[in-house]
Design a protein around this ligand. Structure first.
Ligand SMILES: *Cc1c(COP(=O)(O)O)cnc(C)c1O
Length: 427
């Protein structure tokens, strides 16, 4: 059933390291070869062997309104007629920026870049320059892109592949990145005590999506805000994943905590490569050319990304958009739990809106990376393969979050639950 994919993967392995252009796509953690996608429409992926899948990856986040949404395709088509890239100012940048600011009032000014990695890398440079402090604090299992400073106890592919911190990162730099456990305020306070006046910023995924889905406990985010206020460190929310995903205004709106700076990506581009960072104007004014902190990009603010991003942000503002996602999420969560119960399989489901993950763990709760790592990854791999064979495309790792979209119907969710039930039995 995967013969054409197999052939293409053989070819890819000659061309790309590990056969892929981003590590988790290689399906290594689930002990099988990747399928090659031919096309994507709404909630579905089609592979080159004519298999259809209900998709729970959503291109790793951007596809909150489903694949190939006609409004986004139309916006792109119209933008394309006018030019693919100008490398110059245009009104499309203003349109998207104003939309972001309307939805996320913590953005007083914004800078567009081309990926979440770029946004996070740039925002840390800015935080260090603004505070004149060298260190940053991140949380184990959080992923902030692949810039050197962040490849310390990282999530996503680093967690999936069980890699230690990456070679090639200078120890001098890695030592400037401090790590705490998510949801451990006391641990954060201790680190601040040990590194007085040294920490430029805390960077956090306010709902973690890259270690599986981890939810912030009550007062955790507010506690970080307070620590930053007291120590004059900056609070940075990495909302590359959660922005426009967990709520129209991101996690900062959902939990009502205002960061100093925020990074965005994924949904912001509606499927095209994009990133952005922004926040307090007094900090952002340090960015070149208004200030000395250098950051630039040939394709930044390109007209296609701006157009698809703007169209994407219109879609999420439809009446009841997030309420429907929440209902679907509840339905899926309850269905999976019930299926597992009936199949006598112990699972834990963590969910925030349309971000959901299912851990094969015996713990009563999973609140941080250390606990997430107790999960049975072999059981997940087996489950993943069974689901894939029956037309459900999950993220190929215990440590990635599933996403669904407004295009997923009750029928899709029901099928997913049914296939999951059967998959629990097939060991
Ligand atoms: C995906 C992601 C990034 C990196 O974004 P890229 O566009 O892949 O570079 C950074 N932070 C978080 C929270 C992410 O989920």
């Amino acid at each position: 059933m995967f013969s054409k994919s197999s052939k293409l993967f053989d070819q890819s392995k000659q061309l790309f390291p590990g056969g892929v252009n981003s590590p988790v796509r290689a399906f290594k953690a689930v002990n099988c070869d990747p399928v090659f996608i031919e096309s994507a429409q709404g909630a579905y992926l089609h592979d080159v062997d004519n298999n259809e899948y209900i998709d729970y990856v959503g291109s790793w986040g951007p596809m909150i309104a489903g694949h190939t949404h006609p409004a986004i395709v139309q916006a792109l088509y119209e933008a394309m007629q006018k030019g693919l890239s100008f490398g110059a100012c245009h009104a499309g940048e203003i349109k998207l920026a104003q939309e972001v600011m309307k939805l996320m009032p913590s953005f007083e000014t914004i800078r567009f870049v081309n990926s979440g990695t770029e946004a996070c890398m740039s925002v840390i440079r800015l935080a260090r320059a603004y505070t004149e402090r060298p260190k940053i604090l991140k949380f184990a299992g959080c992923y902030h892109g692949h810039a050197d400073s962040f490849l310390v106890q990282g999530g996503s592919g680093i967690a999936t592949l069980g890699l230690p911190d990456s070679p090639g990162v200078l120890p001098e730099l890695a030592s400037q990145t401090l790590t705490a456990e998510f949801n451990d305020l006391k641990g954060v306070a201790d680190i601040f005590e040990q590194h007085k006046n040294q920490i430029a910023a805390i960077i956090v995924e306010p709902v973690v999506g890259n270690a599986g889905c981890l939810l912030p406990q009550k007062n955790f985010l507010a506690g970080l805000r307070q620590i930053c206020n007291e120590t004059h460190s900056l609070l940075i929310f990495d909302e590359v994943m959660t922005g426009f995903r967990v709520a129209k205004g991101g996690a900062q709106a959902l939990f009502n905590v205002k960061p100093d700076l925020t990074t965005l990506g994924k949904i912001l581009g509606g499927g095209l490569p994009i990133g952005a960072y922004g926040g307090r104007a007094d900090i952002m004014k340090m960015i070149a050319p208004s200030g000395p902190v250098y950051q630039a990009g040939t394709l930044s603010g390109n007209p296609l990304g701006m157009a698809s991003g703007y169209a994407s942000l219109q879609l999420i503002q439809a009446q009841g958009f997030y309420e429907k996602l929440e209902q679907a999420g509840q339905f899926l969560e309850e269905g999976l739990k019930e299926a597992a119960y009936k199949a006598r399989t112990h699972i834990l489901v963590n969910r925030c809106g349309s971000m959901i993950s299912m851990f094969f763990s015996n713990l009563p709760q999973i609140n941080n990376y250390k606990e997430a790592k107790t999960s049975d990854t072999r059981q997940f791999a087996n489950f993943f393969q069974n689901m894939l064979a029956d037309g459900i495309y999950l993220p190929p790792s215990q440590f990635e979050t599933w996403f669904f979209s407004s295009a997923h119907t009750e029928k899709d969710l029901n099928k997913t639950i049914k296939v999951a039930y059967q998959s629990f039995f097939r060991r």
